[in-house]
Write a protein that binds this ligand. Sequence first.
Ligand code: S3P
Length: 170
Amino acid sequence: AEQRGDGRNIVLIGPMGSGKSTVGAALARRLHRPHVDSDHFFVARHGPIPEYFSLHGEDAFRAEEQSIVAELLDSPRPSVISLGGGAVLSAGTRELLRDQQVVLLDLTEDQAALRLGDGSSRPILGAHPVQAWKRIYAEREQIYRDCADIVMTPDDAHIDVRVDHIVRAL
Ligand code: S3P
């Protein structure tokens, strides 16, 4: 078994559509670690994200997301943890990430346009998903980079190859 890294969790961050969930699951299988996903955990606990946004608003979502991230990071075994694209907006979450191995998955606008679909599962994108994605990316890019220990440049390779690239960088 490939055992890379140290006792820290590996945390995947990055914009919507960057593959944090799918790459995280494949990376976890490769490293024989558990995989958890903050969005999935959120939905299991609170139901669909668009409904939660419209009922409670983004601030309530971020507060709940931060407490979920804290729980997930406090795992008994070093895990691979995929975060929602906006999790790094919470200062408390950024603080928690300082002790972890943080991998940024970057992507291009063209890749995002292909991967976002109609955007309906992501309330933050609104009615014009691609335009919104570009604006949000520009707002967040520096935050992502500041949080990351490892930056994976945009990659169109097969998922197993993307995982190879990450494992080599760890
Ligand atoms: C969000 C990204 C989503 C989800 C929520 C808000 C964001 O996660 O947490 O819709 O603000 O970027 P993904 O990055 O998995 O789409």
